[in-house]
Write a protein that binds this ligand. Sequence first.
Ligand SMILES: [Fe+2]
Length: 384
Amino acid sequence: MEFTHYLHTKVVFGKGTISKVGDEVRKLGGSKVLVVTTGNLLEVTGYYEVITKSLNSAGVKYVIFNEVEENPSIETCEKGARISKDEGINAIVAFGGGSAMDAGKAISVLTSLGGRVSDFFFPKVVEGSTIPVIAIPTTCGTGAEVTRYAIITDLSTKRKNTMAGPAVLPKVAVIDPEVLKKIPKKLLAWTTLDALSHAVEAYTSKSATPISDGVAIIAVDYIIKYILKAYEGDEEAKGKLHIASTLGGMAINDAGTTILHAAGYYLTTHHNVQHGLANALLMPFILEYNLKFLDEGKLNILLRVTGSSTISDFINKLCKLMDAVGIPDSVSEIGFKEEELDAIASDVMGYKRNIGNNPSPVNEGIIKDFVRKAMVGRAKVYSS
Ligand SMILES: [Fe+2]
């Protein structure tokens, strides 16, 4: 056995930890930060005061860059990097979901290493010394606070590209469950299913390691146990999901994602479907197939942890949870059309990293079969 595990990001978990962000910046030697976020997220979450007060009392100057859109583009990251260089920024505070954190990571890379975003896309491994990123997730899905990836959208090709490497990893992740108090129910469900996607994809990935398996299985356990309670507003359950999403991120940091994420990317870039929702719409069909290729011992652990007797039983449980948290039944409901089958299949085959990690054989025909099932929908496919 041979594997690499990255021990890099300091994880600070607990209620109220966001108020310590200024100290964390100081400990890393930062004196002027770019706060990378989305629109008025700082205000609507009630964290504008908390973060600026914390930075002020630590003597840290700041500039706010709040132009990150959902699925951050190359252009946005390059603009953020220009501001960062002009302002003499020496640390990044990324506050938001995966989009803000990924943009923050890309801005750190460009500020420190120069060049264009496209210079750093996979298969290049991003290495070197970068200004530190302190990541503060405001959703419970992406896990981007602990991953060595930044997913950046190329608007000209409608594809998501990955910056990957040790230099992309945040230095600190501040996981404060209180930030989820006001999260809209839908977003909570969608992002949690992204975290579940990370966990099950890492667990079934060809690149899985004993360490990624360990964290992935606890993430699955927490999500299956607590998603409904959290959806109904239980604050303790939301805290469990917040840590589960970090665990999911740790798992993919080692093991990567599979074709489930690759297929989800198409729904996002061509139908503007939120990332976690895109994965959820496809998950039962792809996962059911991939689980058939999983090592028997690992499959038994997954079934035991989720209280399932067989793969079908597990998939049925998953479908019931998705129904209960309002996930549409089929990709047809989000506007996907039969005539797109060739396009999605060839798009997925282009995500070589994901294809390489997938535990089962993949070709365009197999991908089309999954998507056809996703068009029919969970209710009909799993009715018997
Ligand atoms: Fe994801």
